[in-house]
Design a protein around this ligand. Structure first.
Ligand code: A3P
Length: 278
């Protein structure tokens, strides 16, 4: 009997660090922190708390370094990590595939116009002297005489990152469509429980995360958690998530919408999902 107990303890009861079974690969400012924090409500999910940046910055450190960054898990628990920059790292699909070709991938996507404003708001919070969004998003084509510059600066990172089609194609060259779950950042805010039901199904998890976990905090304007593993009282994500955005000139918004329209169409086609962005 002792022998049995020992084996059981050794194989099933001692948590060990393992390479991830699933990754949140992006997209920056689309709700990746919310997704990860919601997933952590599940007893069968363990995730690294901060972004590990293995497949973009620290790949040279090797898989043992990466494994050591993971939380210890029991057999049957899912190990996860989120680093949004993986989405646009050209070598990431190949490297992730080399780690585990059957890894499950999750990406949150959001209206690229709101995403760009969110990205800009984050930069402006760190650098108050940053020029206005309008002046960075649009290029001055004529020498200052035209009313509103009409050309979108596609190379400005907040704009460029909203072109989702190209990175998606890169990931799909390496992974089957069924291995990548695309999550609507908008629905994650409006109906987190429904979106998390899809996520749990994709990961092969029992549906544990439900309506009961969330409440809508009207001051914050976002869903918050009634309790979590680390806190037994209601709480929202940190102050850096759900910032208020500056007012943007509607003309600029319109220009951006026109710019993104064809890229969004291509993305919907590749994804097989119409996200319905305006
Ligand atoms: P804003 O702060 O611009 O509103 P990421 O975690 O990928 O950086 O994404 C940040 C965005 O997540 C926030 O951008 C916010 O819109 C969105 N988000 C989604 N659900 C949220 C929640 N429950 N609480 C706070 N922000 C949430």
């Amino acid at each position: 009997e002792d022998g049995y107990k020992y084996t059981r303890l050794k194989q099933n009861e001692v948590p060990v660090k393992r390479l991830p079974d699933a990754l949140v690969i992006g997209v920056k400012k689309c709700g990746t922190r919310a997704l990860l924090e919601f997933l952590r409500l599940h007893p069968d999910v363990r995730a690294a708390g901060s972004e590990v940046h293995f497949f973009d910055k620290f790949y040279h450190k090797g898989f043992e370094w990466y494994r050591d960054k993971m939380p210890p898990t029991l057999e049957g628990q899912i190990t996860m990590e989120k680093t949004p920059s993986y989405w646009v790292t050209r070598s990431a699909p190949r490297r992730v595939y080399a780690m585990n070709p059957s890894v499950k991938l999750l990406a949150v996507v959001r209206d690229p116009v709101t995403r760009a404003i969110s990205d800009y708001t984050q930069s402006a919070s760190k650098r108050p002297s940053l020029p206005r969004f309008e002046d960075l998003a649009l290029v001055n084509s004529s020498a200052g005489w035209g009313p509103v510059p009409s050309v979108v600066d596609a190379s400005w990172p907040p704009v460029r990152l909203g072109v989702y089609a190209r990175p998606l194609r890169r990931w799909l060259r390496r992974f089957a469509r069924s291995k990548l779950l695309l999550i609507s950042g908008e629905r994650l805010v409006v109906d987190p429980a429904a979106e998390m039901a899809r996520v749990q199904e994709f990961l092969g998890l029992k549906r544990v995360i439900t309506e009961k976990h969330f409440y809508f905090n009207s001051t914050k304007g976002f869903p918050c958690l009634l309790k979590s593993e680390s806190r037994s009282t209601p709480h929202c994500l940190g102050k850096t998530k759900g910032r208020s955005h500056p007012h943007i000139d509607p003309k600029t918004i319109e220009r951006l919408r026109d710019f993104y329209r064809p890229f969004n169409e291509r993305f919907y086609e590749l994804a097989g999902i119409n996200f319905g962005w305006p």
